[in-house]
Design a protein around this ligand. Structure first.
Ligand SMILES: NC(=O)c1ccc[n+]([C@@H]2O[C@H](COP(=O)([O-])OP(=O)(O)OC[C@H]3O[C@@H](n4cnc5c(N)ncnc54)[C@H](O)[C@@H]3O)[C@@H](O)[C@H]2O)c1
Length: 342
């Protein structure tokens, strides 16, 4: 990243899995970071507090534990800080929970994100990067998923709110000339990972001899992205703010850039589609223990397969995620065992 060390970076969701790693990375490199996180109780708040406590040890970090919907508090913090770079990760995540509590997705992902767009507009932000998801590819069956593929048919309300974020951001980018990069993440995993996600849940269940739920009778595939690869990708993309129409010098062959606005979508994935059973076998090998399997039907809103095309990421940054799943799982298990002192 070539941006100056005194560039002000705002990271929302800084107590979350990805936000924590991202903020940690910039703090180690001496950037000025403000983190915002409402420490929601969607999963164990203790782990969020622990992540924030690690970040708070850095002098160049300031944390605000507020909700995005609280526009008054958000404005007070942000319009004073005037971030040049905003990395927006705070959101209500999870496909399945969007069937139980859709309203929280409206509040966090739609209203919350609208407030962030307003901050970007009022702060003259030079690059806003926002977390979207592979789930927006929804009913698409042609793999690997390409950013230029039409992706209009989402299968869960979670994905629908993320797709709405993409559209909302395009309108702001077009009207206010805010350079925006939409990041479509593919199943991110690693140390300090999310307790609601498969790797965490499976590890917990296998170690305590409980059965694991295997959706769609194991007939599922996911593209697993290791956290360090994701962080590196975002770090490199910060410099690659999309340019306005008349100012584009470099033409990228695979570009998804808007024909009217400084706005583009970039997939961040591992460019591999791994069968769920293979994933479980790799985890069992690492743990040295077999799982008890509970085969069940497909969950509402889930997609059968995710698989990223990362040619655009490679073209823009010279890098694409490449961590071997077996190595990444080892890193996760090492962390898990230390964290829970098993
Ligand atoms: N982890 C993945 O595999 C994955 C895949 C695709 C997309 N994403 C997206 O990446 C982003 C980060 O994901 P994560 O895995 O770190 O999730 P996470 O749940 O660990 O982190 C999100 C953080 O945002 C905070 N938050 C939620 N709603 C808020 C609100 N209204 N106001 C303030 N704070 C709020 C939460 O407290 C949490 O700490 C999310 O936008 C998610 O949808 C993640």
């Amino acid at each position: 990243m070539n941006i100056k060390k005194d560039t002000k970076i705002l990271i929302t969701g800084s107590a979350g899995f990805i936000g924590f790693h991202l903020a940690h990375n910039y703090l180690l490199k001496n950037y000025q970071v403000v983190g915002i996180d409402g420490l929601t109780d969607y999963y164990d708040v203790k782990i969020k507090k622990k992540r924030h406590a690690i970040l708070k040890k850095f002098k160049n970090f300031k944390a605000y534990e507020i909700m995005l919907e609280d526009s008054k508090a958000l404005n007070k913090i942000c319009l004073n800080f005037k971030p040049k770079i905003i990395i927006h990760l705070a959101a209500q995540a999870g496909v399945r929970y969007s069937f139980e509590n859709p309203e929280v997705y409206v509040k966090s992902n739609l209203l919350g994100f609208f407030n962030i767009l307003e901050i970007a507009r009022k702060s003259n932000t030079s690059h806003l990067l926002l977390a979207s998801t592979s789930s927006v590819y929804g009913s698409n069956f042609l793999t690997p998923f390409n950013e230029k593929d039409k992706a209009d048919l989402q299968l869960s309300f979670y994905a629908a709110t993320k797709k709405s974020n993409e559209s909302m951001s395009h309108a702001y980018s077009f009207n206010y000339k805010i350079p925006i990069t939409v990041l479509r993440f593919f199943t991110v995993y690693g140390p300090w990972g999310r307790p609601d996600m498969a790797l965490f849940q499976f590890t917990k269940s296998i170690l305590s001899d409980e059965p694991i739920d295997i959706y769609n009778f194991g007939n599922m595939k996911r593209d697993f992205t290791y956290i360090d690869d994701l962080i590196k990708s975002i770090f490199l993309l910060i410099d690659k703010a999309p340019k306005e129409l008349g100012k584009r010098k470099t033409i990228y062959k695979n570009d998804s850039i808007s024909n009217v606005a400084p706005w583009r979508i970039v997939n961040i994935g591992n460019s591999k589609s791994v069968n769920l059973i293979k994933f479980i076998e790799t985890l069992e090998k690492t743990l040295g223990k077999k799982s008890k399997k509970n085969y069940i039907k497909m969950q509402m809103g889930d997609v059968k397969e995710t698989f990223s095309n990362t040619d655009l990421l490679k073209e823009l940054t010279g890098f694409r995620p490449n961590k071997l799943l077996s190595e990444g799982i080892k890193e996760f298990v090492k962390w898990y065992l230390t964290y829970f002192k098993k």
